[in-house]
Design a protein around this ligand. Structure first.
Ligand code: T1G
Length: 663
């Protein structure tokens, strides 16, 4: 285990390489082998220092999340045991970090005396995203190393930071421009352990008496326990323990909290979503196909969707050509684009120069021939089949033979668009969500002739855009919208039975949705909802004409400051729904005409009927093969329709709570 490289050997350092492909997960099984390796190094007098590093281009992704889905065997060797061995040793330990160093992997590094990282390393404690908290000492060691306030912010966010930021925080000791292992062994030479320092009462950035204030403030800033905030509140309590209790008692408190969270429903839901997301691009029956290179993108239509899609591609570093013959739309789109990039500068996410460059990477024109060089062209024009077929016919003529043509339609038939071209194998749907440069969801809609290579290319584009890309069959409304229609219809049915829209929305907000079904309809526009209903024919039309009446009264939703609710510019920037008895009267009148009697309905019935509608349509889409897996539907709903992640998505919720689907 002593390095073969004589230079390193002379440093009397033992290099232990974490090597458990693909992400060096510190599973119980791997920790067992690792502990044995460490004990050999500790037992070797020739070894003065131990250097941990990682194979496979990263340090470690932390604990193996799969291990938490089963009862933890009593004799399991965990990261805690590995860290206890490191702490008990007299030898200096140094972490040589390359690539990702996350979760338990970073906690192992925190148990070392020194940390060296290469410039591209990424360090993070993302446990909160799994409904957990760092359970191998991170909540006690990190506050002592970088201060309670910085540690709290770091762990509550759960996002990774760069090596440079880690150095600024004091999380690492050095950035190694060349070999981290080499720097680590040099750094270890002649150094002493820092265990006691690490376990002492130190509140670096916080006068002792401020601790309770910071903790109290933090509790106010995270969601309530009912609303998915359980892990966050426990994490804050664990950091409070790091301020108030001695190290061993703090560790005991952390362990208790971790063991409670790992058995909690919110955590099992979030772990389900973690793995569901990683299944998305595994398409059964589609042979591994080499994705086509996408170096230039075209967008047809400079409206809200078109400019958002253009920004999304520019943000991913791809040059974009936007075609639109309407000068007014082009001017508005140009402002939207520059406005978006200037906003990123204000937020400190881009430098002025980067924003300018990104803005310049989007070119507007009314000349379709400028699309001849694009590898992918996304059509985002008015939602009308004939208009779109005409666009596809024109694109087929100007685009190069290898180009992929995609439609951003949210409901229309992809095959009907493909038939307007001579390249139906290279035609598919790429359904973005508003705003396209922000919403993480992307539905990839496969037509009957869409090739495996086109699908593979679409998933690669999804990864480049950092989207959660979900494959959908070519059916009305695809996955997301098809399911939401049933959900909105069930909400309308409840209102027809005399339940106020405001109460229905309140029940779904209490469940964890950012907004209820009626506010959601008002946001997307009642005229759009009615047009879609009409396009779908009788099956979609509700039992009454409420929607039609509201549209005739020009109550189209937020855009006309009245829909199912009223809106007032002076209340919540005109976006806060205000209860309107006039609408409830219209519901009552229409219900009377349709012979629907008002009835008492409990909050539970409201919740279960609406969730039941989601689940039922989800089950049908799985039967019809429109959606591949329940997990795919859960990702669509969590990342596209505000389904609360701590409930895991409609299909996971159904499985976990036995809520019956509602036909
Ligand atoms: N456990 C088990 N499997 C994992 C895993 C993990 N921690 N991380 C990744 N995988 C699998 C993943 O399912 C996929 O499998 C393959 O590895 C490649 O992943 C005690 C309790 C590291 C940034 O939350 O963020 O430590 O689909 O597709 O895009 O306090 O994976 O190929 O079969 O994502 O290059 C905390 C989670 C754990 C990090 C790489 N750690 N992982 O991204 O590849 S809890 C995390 C990631 C913990 C301690 C606690 C990313 C990545 P398959 P991938 P990638």
């Amino acid at each position: 285990m002593l390095p073969s490289d004589p230079a390193l050997r002379d440093q009397r350092a033992a290099v232990i390489t974490l090597d458990n492909p693909p992400v060096n997960a510190l599973s119980f099984a791997y920790c067992k082998a690792l502990l044995e390796t460490i004990e050999v190094a500790h037992g070797n007098d020739a070894v003065e220092a131990v250097v941990f590093t990682g194979a496979n281009g990263l340090f470690s992704a932390g604990a193996d999340v799969n291990d938490f889905n089963a009862e933890i065997p009593p004799d399991a060797v965990t990261i805690r045991d590995v860290i206890a061995a490191v702490e008990a040793s007299v030898k200096v330990h140094v972490a040589a970090i390359e690539g990702n160093c996350l979760g338990g992997g970073l906690e192992l590094a925190l148990a070392c005396d020194y940390r060296v990282a290469t410039p591209e390393a990424k360090l993070g404690l993302p446990e909160i995203r799994l409904g957990l908290l760092p359970g191998a000492g991170g909540t006690q060691r990190l506050p002592r190393l970088i201060g309670a306030r910085a540690a709290l912010e770091f762990m509550l966010k759960g996002s990774s930071i760069s090596a440079q930021r880690a150095l600024e925080l004091g999380l690492i000791d050095e950035i190694a421009e060349a070999s981290a292992i080499e720097r680590a062994t040099v750094l270890a030479k002649g150094r002493k352990r820092r265990v006691s320092e690490r376990q002492a009462f130190i509140a670096k950035d916080l006068p002792a008496q401020a601790g309770p204030y910071v903790v109290a403030q933090a509790h106010k800033m995270v969601p309530s326990e009912e609303n998915g905030g359980v892990a966050a509140h426990k994490l804050i309590d664990a950091v409070q323990a790091s301020i108030e209790l001695s190290f061993p008692f703090g560790i005991a408190r952390e362990t208790r909290f971790f063991d409670e969270l790992v058995r909690s429903k919110p955590s099992s839901s979030l772990r389900h979503l973690f793995f569901a997301e990683r299944e998305l691009a595994k398409i059964p029956g589609v042979p591994e196909a080499e994705p086509l290179p996408i170096e230039g993108v075209g967008v047809v239509g400079a409206g809200t969707m078109g400019s958002g899609i253009a920004i999304a591609f520019a943000q991913a570093g791809l040059p974009v050509i936007v075609v639109d013959s309407n000068d007014e739309a082009v001017d508005k789109a140009r402002q939207t684009v520059m406005g978006m990039f200037m906003y990123q500068v204000q937020k400190g996410r881009l430098t002025q120069e980067e924003a300018w460059k990104r803005g310049q990477s989007i070119r507007f024109t009314d000349d379709w021939n400028e699309l001849a060089g694009a590898d992918l062209i996304v059509e985002a024009v008015f939602e009308n089949l004939d208009v779109k077929r005409d666009v596809f016919r024109k694109l087929d003529a100007v685009a190069k033979p290898s180009a992929i043509l995609a439609s951003n339609t949210s409901t229309l038939d992809i095959d009907a668009l493909a038939e307007a071209t001579k390249r139906s194998d290279r035609v598919l749907g790429l359904h973005f969500f508003v705003p396209a440069n922000i919403m993480p969801l992307l539905e990839i809609v496969r037509g009957k002739a869409t090739s495996a290579q086109t699908i593979a290319t679409a998933f690669k584009v999804g990864k480049t855009l950092r989207k959660k890309a979900v494959l959908s069959g070519n059916a009305f409304g695809f996955i997301g919208n098809r399911i939401i229609f049933d959900y909105l219809r069930e909400a309308t049915a409840l209102a027809e039975e005399g339940v106020a829209p405001a109460r229905i929305d309140a029940v779904m907000k209490a469940f964890g949705f950012p907004m209820g079904p009626f506010a959601m309809s008002d946001l997307s526009g009642l005229d759009i909802g009615l047009a879609v209903q009409k396009a779908r024919g009788a099956e979609a039309l509700g039992r009454t004409n409420v929607l039609e009446r509201l549209v005739q009264m020009n109550r189209l939703g937020q855009k006309t400051m009245a829909g199912f609710f009223k809106y007032d510019k002076s209340v919540g920037k005109g976006r806060e729904p205000i209860r309107d008895p006039e609408v409830e009267a219209i519901f009552a009148d229409e219900a009377r005409k349709s012979g629907i009697a008002p009835r008492e309905v409990s909050d539970e019935e409201i919740r279960d009927r609406l969730l039941g509608a989601l689940i039922c349509r989800g089950e049908r889409l799985l039967e019809e093969g429109v959606a591949l897996r329940p997990g795919d539907i859960d990702i669509v709903y969590v990342y596209g329709y505000g389904f609360p992640p701590h409930h895991g998505g409609p299909m996971w919720y159904a499985q976990e709570t036995k809520v019956a689907s509602r036909a």
